[in-house]
Design a protein around this ligand. Structure first.
Ligand SMILES: [Mg+2]
Length: 224
């Protein structure tokens, strides 16, 4: 019987793209006010670079294109610690409302701690979660696929791995610790998401795959 349900955050409970765009707009507004360049043009440039070349050097390329003398680290901080305009996926909101009285609820999320806590507050999900672990608060060796944050969670609630389920979207790291420790795992594959197309070796793949979190209710009742 399942007693503890743990969720991943990014792209599981909300669309991470919304956070990225919110951060881009923050940086675009700052640069626009300082240099008089249209913030919409700057924003579109950032999105185009993201789509064509991925993350990593977006602000470097913007500064190069417009000959701006900016500290990239400062722009990254503006991006990371912006007050994000994000909201829960509708199915996430619904299952959290249903599950809050039926199970213990936890959150395990990777990413820079300041940014992750900003997202948690913007989504207003502290009210649902009995325990939140931002792995970065503990240090880099607690990031997934480490089993350490999962062990902390099990100890905190004093539940067994087989009474626990983790729901995440990234097969590169989300389910490896579950497999290692015997925690049930569910992969959410949405129509939008960085990892929807990823096929992984059986040993990294989740026990269940779903397209909507609303499928969870039945699955959790089935797990004995
Ligand atoms: Mg994720």
């Amino acid at each position: 019987m399942i007693r503890l349900v743990i969720f991943d955050l990014d792209d599981t409970l909300y669309n991470e793209r919304d956070f990225v765009y919110s951060g881009f707009m923050e940086v675009a507004t700052y640069l626009s006010n300082k240099y008089g360049i249209s913030k919409n043009i700057l924003f579109d440039d950032m999105v185009n670079i993201l789509n064509s070349r991925g993350r990593g050097k977006i602000f470097d390329q913007i500064c190069e294109k417009y000959h701006l003398k900016e500290k990239i680290e400062y722009l990254v901080e503006l991006y990371r610690y912006n007050n994000p305009n994000i909201s829960l996926y509708e199915d996430a909101y619904k299952v959290l409302e249903i599950f809050k009285t039926k199970y213990k609820l936890g959150l395990i999320t990777d990413g820079y701690k300041g940014a992750q806590w900003n997202k948690i507050r913007a989504l207003n999900i502290e009210k649902y979660m009995d325990k939140i672990i931002v792995t970065d608060d503990y240090g880099k060796d607690y990031w997934k696929p480490s089993v350490k944050p999962f062990q902390i969670m099990l100890d905190y609630f004093d539940v067994k791995a087989k009474e626990t389920v983790y729901i995440g979207d990234n097969p590169n790291k989300d389910f490896i610790p579950c497999k290692k420790s015997g925690i049930n795992s569910v992969r959410i594959i949405r129509s939008i998401g960085d990892y929807m197309g990823i096929v992984v070796d059986e040993k990294y793949e989740a026990d269940y795959r779903i397209k909507s979190l609303l499928e969870l209710e039945k699955i959790l009742e089935e797990i004995q």
